[in-house]
Design a binder for this molecule. Structure first.
Ligand SMILES: NC(=O)C1=CN([C@@H]2O[C@H](COP(=O)(O)OP(=O)(O)OC[C@H]3O[C@@H](n4cnc5c(N)ncnc54)[C@H](OP(=O)(O)O)[C@@H]3O)[C@@H](O)[C@H]2O)C=CC1
Ligand SMILES: Nc1c(N[C@@H]2O[C@H](COP(=O)(O)O)[C@@H](O)[C@H]2O)[nH]c(=O)[nH]c1=O
Ligand SMILES: [Zn+2]
Length: 350
């Protein structure tokens, strides 16, 4: 049977909606790490048969939001009058920021239905867009309404993870902390003399993808003095015109001007700090939503024991030289709990 024929029958699997959410998340993810201080967002517009008409994403702060981007694309293709459903990873905004409100842009089309993955977690704007659209007579649904579909639960998890750095910064003023830790086959974090890394090419590519999505790199003076690290994104293409912060914990001011100058030449905005809290506050204040910790055993162990971190990416070198490194990603449930008061909003229940 043609799947689109069942749409929008609510009793049958809403395949076009789930497919559109998966696509909107892919579109958003392409710009993960480029949008700070805004969240990465993706949007897909469907016609009354559930067919995609146009799609959009938020590329960077100051550029159109995902919904406006998609609506512009539909207009340019002469398809705007066919828009029936708007599927978007984040609740449409209802305020004048750097760009006009997306709720109004949606009301300017003939859209009847709006599907949202996550509520806007920003305490300053929560609840605005969905209510505005409902008040204007549109049918507004949340991805969580489809919780009985295993696929919907997976997509909602992905949407929440994608939004987590924006949620943490807007609620706590602090960046989402990802710790990358490489451990050699002999159980050490320290490479043999003359080397900076020991993990496989695939693991190094993962490390560069983690850098790509980060707004700041946090390290310690020990790492800088031992490795003269570049901290650039080289193994995957970087976002264009992206400037990252490089924050070095260097209480004793041992890092040389030569290193700092060279890091500036590589495009980093440099910040030296004496303690972790000041470092994190400086990143949040500068608009950074995610920080990648690439530090030695001293700082890494300290951060892992404080519980301040959000995601720990552990890369264990294979014991066998022909083997594959083992990568384990774990989330810190304690640090997620800080937003429990907001959980309902973040999860999109209403
Ligand atoms: N395997 C891996 O994933 C990685 C390994 N490394 C390796 O680690 C080695 C360096 O180790 P290490 O010396 O432990 O490096 P660190 O990056 O942990 O730097 C240590 C320095 O950072 C500062 N620092 C650390 N923790 C804190 C804190 N809680 N508050 C304030 N300042 C802090 C201190 O600077 P100060 O003394 O100035 O106060 C300290 O001397 C190198 O050989 C490097 O190759 C490095 C990164 C990743
Ligand atoms: N040893 C180690 C890592 N270590 C981190 O990578 C830094 C070197 O980065 P760059 O100069 O840009 O190549 C090094 O100083 C340390 O912070 N990373 C990994 O993915 N795997 C590894 O085995
Ligand atoms: Zn918007």
């Amino acid at each position: 049977m043609d799947e689109s024929a069942v749409y929008p029958n609510p009793d049958l699997p809403p395949r076009p909606i789930l497919r559109a959410f998966a696509r909107a998340l892919d579109l958003a993810r392409a710009h993960e790490g480029a949008t700070a201080p805004n969240p990465p967002v993706g949007c897909v517009l469907l016609d009354a048969n559930g067919q995609e008409l146009a799609a959009g994403a938020h590329r960077r702060a100051g550029m159109p939001h995902a919904e406006a981007d998609a609506i512009n694309e539909a207009r340019a293709a002469g398809l705007a009058d066919k828009i029936d459903s708007v599927v978007v990873t984040l609740e449409p905004c209802n305020h004048h920021g750097r760009t006009p409100p997306c709720a109004e842009a949606i009301l300017g089309t003939g859209a009847r239905l709006v599907w949202i993955a996550c509520r806007d977690p920003n305490p300053e704007v929560t609840g605005g867009g969905a209510e505005r659209l409902r008040a204007a007579g549109l049918d507004v649904h949340f991805l969580s309404d489809l919780h009985h579909h295993p696929e919907a639960a997976v997509l909602l998890g992905e949407a929440n993870r994608l939004l987590a750095p924006f949620a943490k910064r807007s609620q706590a003023g602090l960046p989402f902390i990802t710790i990358k830790q490489a451990i050699s086959a002999s159980g050490s974090m320290v490479p043999v003399a003359g080397r900076k890394t020991f993990t496989s090419a695939a693991s190094l590519e993962l490390a560069h993808r983690l850098r790509r999505r980060a707004d700041a790199i946090l390290t310690g003076s020990g790492t800088v003095l031992a490795d003269n690290p570049l901290f650039t994104v080289r193994r995957v293409p970087d976002h264009s015109e992206k400037q990252r912060m490089l924050v070095i914990l260097d209480g004793r001011r041992r890092v040389t001007e030569t290193y700092l100058d060279a890091a500036r030449q590589r495009g980093f905005a440099l910040h030296l700090a004496d303690d972790v809290h000041h470092a994190l506050e400086a990143i949040g204040a500068a608009g950074g939503m995610e920080v990648l910790v690439e530090a030695g055993p001293n700082l890494t162990t300290h951060l892992l024991t404080t519980g301040l971190w959000d995601e720990h990416v552990l890369i264990e070198q294979a014991a066998n030289p022909d083997g594959t490194d083992r990568v384990t990603v774990r989330r810190n449930l304690v640090s997620q709990a800080y937003s429990h008061g907001k959980e309902k909003d973040v999860l999109g229940h209403h």
